[in-house]
Write a protein that binds this ligand. Structure first.
Ligand code: 7RM
Length: 655
């Protein structure tokens, strides 16, 4: 896929109005209504958020200050007492939703399970008691390393219920990556499963946990709770490991939700940046609850009869905010799917839509491009009439993929919400409201009410309309991350001082390049830092470089992204070897395997290129810009005058 260019944006003239029938019944019904909300929020953000917090959420005790902003540290709903598990469960039990499906789980191979709000509440209360019995207290951290099964959501909600802080680690990460995260967050307990299904194969999750904990390398972990899922043989360490079903069967279902301070930590989720180790992004309770609640309600235009399906994994922020917390806080029916399209079952997504009558479908551009490749006969063979709204997230969507989604899946009658946001923002920031904002293929359109998005240069000055610049946000919002776990200084430097504050005015730097068109529509062009986006997964080039350099044969490594039709970007690694080591295809494979072992399969380099030397500046910085052009097979353009040794480039070009 080619990254969007300013030229392609300038030539995109197609405009799709929300269908009248859709707008008529929508939460937000017209562009005027959106504009009113936007203006109201802009004029008095605190009043705007306070009114929503009051009407949309249950508080045990009301806050006394809406926002305490000590840049770049924000506190929302100060001294308010709230519990997100209460808002996601208990408050629905006294309504007709008590027996409504909360989670519909479609598992592999052919398993399924539906949990009503009452049933989910019961399971969550029981597991909350299990956590307590195992010594987990308010403020303690709990690692969750799980397949896409209901127990993942149950564990998250159980933590939230007693005030424990969850840190979900995507099940595709390796034992090493898991260990790094468990150590950084000082997890006291880990919840996992014997295994998980990933495209016809079993991922040995418990085995990975054993590896991560071996030799007391994550010393804070006292207990491991294991869900029986795939039934393959695992070893259970006595005193440390416990079966979920044993504990759950004995646990009381009575566990009132702990009134949490609005600013108590809810979870830590690790994400990659341009430097150093992945950062533990910290989200707190009240603001996150409100932000995910209201964005879900307005952007996905939730109706009480809807079946809503977000295809993300709960190991990513999209799963946290838009499978679990946002939908459940609204009392919605949220589908959770363990499977994934693959050669043996290429039409499985459409089967799920047909089986459950899915109305709202939220997925990633990389998935859409894979659907295109598999052919429209697959969706065409299923009844997709239930669909009324489509969404995308994770990377810029190329207009061709947007048009295919609109025509083949949406049958030209479903609005598409292209939602821009990040782990750090907690929830969706730039997006159409589907009944209100006309869409353009490839544009995330307009900011959500209360979000003051800007495009600026590195001094924080507005970028000229024709050129584009850096995406930034002006005012704090309730869902924003509060800090980097254990490193507030890194939080300040990375996000709030990258663009130097002027007169005490701080701008949040998102790390994306973007442009605004003549209608004020945002076009996000992709990362401007050393973060690459492979199939919607966010990876830091430096993490992959560190993994490569940790191999004894490697002297130096530089990793860049190369445009890829399916995955958006593909990882290309330039590697120089230690003196006595010879380059070979076997070594390439070994290095790829090594990266998988260090980080996980999502970080496997697509290509490894051996080089005698890497192009560097006189001050010794690797010139990635040149490597990016080389990887993409482009002519090297721009300034190469800072290159220390020009022959390095010639050699690399010769291959
Ligand atoms: C939700 C999520 C964040 C990065 C972000 C962007 C890219 C996400 C879009 C997008 C263009 C979109 N969180 N991104 N959504 N780019 N249009 N609609 O993906 O932390 O994992 O990644 O993803 O580069 O900075 S994330």
């Amino acid at each position: 896929m080619s990254q969007p260019t300013i030229e392609s944006i300038l030539h995109e003239e197609r405009l799709f109005h929300p269908p009248a029938e859709f707008s008529q019944h929508a939460q937000i019904k017209s562009l005027e209504q959106y504009q009113q909300l936007y203006d109201k929020a802009k004029a008095d953000p605190q009043a705007f958020w306070a009114e929503l917090a009051d009407t949309e959420l249950h508080w045990f005790q009301k806050w006394d200050t809406v926002l305490d902003w000590q840049p770049p540290f924000a506190k929302w709903f100060v001294n308010g007492k709230i519990n997100i598990s209460y808002n996601c469960l208990d408050r629905h039990l006294t309504t007709w939703r008590r027996n409504k499906a909360a989670l519909i789980w479609e598992g592999e191979p052919g398993d399924s399970r539906t949990l009503t709000y009452a049933q989910l509440h019961r399971e969550v209360c029981q597991f909350a008691n299990v956590l307590k019995q195992l010594g987990v207290e308010k403020g303690d951290r709990v690692g969750i390393y799980m397949p896409m099964i209901p127990e993942a959501a149950i564990a998250m909600l159980a933590c939230a219920r007693i005030g424990a802080v969850h840190s979900v680690v995507f099940g595709g990460f390796s034992a090493e990556a898991l260990r790094d995260r468990l150590v950084d967050v000082q997890a006291k307990l880990v919840v996992t499963a014997d295994g998980g299904w990933r495209k016809d194969v079993i991922v040995p999750l418990k085995e990975q946990v054993d590896k991560a904990l071996a030799g007391n390398s994550a010393p804070n972990v006292e207990n491991v709770v294991v869900v029986r899922r795939t039934e393959q043989k695992i070893t259970m360490e006595s005193g440390r490991d416990h079966w979920w079903h044993d504990l759950q069967a004995k646990a009381s279902a009575d566990c009132p939700a702990e009134p949490m301070d609005s600013e108590d930590m809810l979870f830590v989720l690790y994400t990659s940046g341009s430097t150093g180790k992945p950062k533990g992004v910290v989200h707190t309770t009240g603001g996150y609850n409100l932000y995910t609640h209201i964005t879900t309600k307005w952007i996905f235009d939730l109706k009480d009869t809807d079946v809503y399906w977000c295809t993300a994994d709960v190991g990513w922020i999209t799963g946290h905010s838009y499978i679990v917390y946002g939908p459940l806080s609204n009392g919605a029916t949220s589908v959770m799917y363990e499977g994934a399209p693959r050669a043996s079952n290429p039409g499985c997504m459409w089967d799920v839509i047909e089986k459950y009558g899915v109305n709202i479908f939220y997925t990633a551009p990389t998935a859409i491009r894979a659907f295109i490749k598999m052919g429209e006969q697959l969706p065409n063979a299923r009844n997709l009439d239930s669909l009324r709204l489509l969404g995308t997230v994770g990377e810029p969507i190329n207009p061709e993929a947007w048009m295919w989604y609109h025509r083949v899946i949406g049958k030209e009658r479903c609005p598409i919400v292209d939602t821009w946001w990040q782990t750090e923002t907690g929830g969706i920031m730039i997006t159409p409201l589907p009944g209100a904002v006309p869409t353009k293929p490839g544009s995330a359109t307009l900011p959500f009410p209360g979000i003051l998005a800007d495009i600026v240069d590195l001094e924080g000055n507005p970028a000229p309309a024709s050129e584009g610049g850096y995406l930034a946000v002006q005012h704090p919002w309730p869902g924003m991350m509060r800090t980097v776990y254990g490193d507030p200084d890194r939080f300040r430097r990375t996000y709030w001082e990258h663009i130097p504050p002027k007169d005490g005015q701080y701008l949040y730097f998102a790390g994306d390049g973007a442009r605004c068109d003549q209608d004020g529509y945002f076009w996000v062009m992709g990362r401007v830092d050393d973060v690459i986006n492979v199939a919607g997964h966010r990876l830091g080039t430096m993490e992959i470089e560190s993994a490569l350099v940790s191999h004894s044969a490697v002297a130096e490594a530089a990793v860049v992204g190369k445009p890829d039709d399916l995955k958006g970007e593909e990882i290309v690694a330039f590697v120089t070897l230690e003196n006595n080591i010879a380059a070979s295809d076997e070594l390439k494979n070994e290095l790829k395997k090594h990266v998988v072992q260090e980080i996980g399969a999502i970080a496997r380099p697509g290509e490894i290129k051996f080089a005698d030397a890497l192009p560097k500046t006189r001050s010794g910085k690797i010139m990635r810009r040149l490597l990016r052009s080389l990887a993409a097979g482009e002519e090297i353009s721009g300034d190469t005058s800072t290159l220390e040794d020009r022959s390095v480039l010639e050699k690399l070009r010769e291959g």
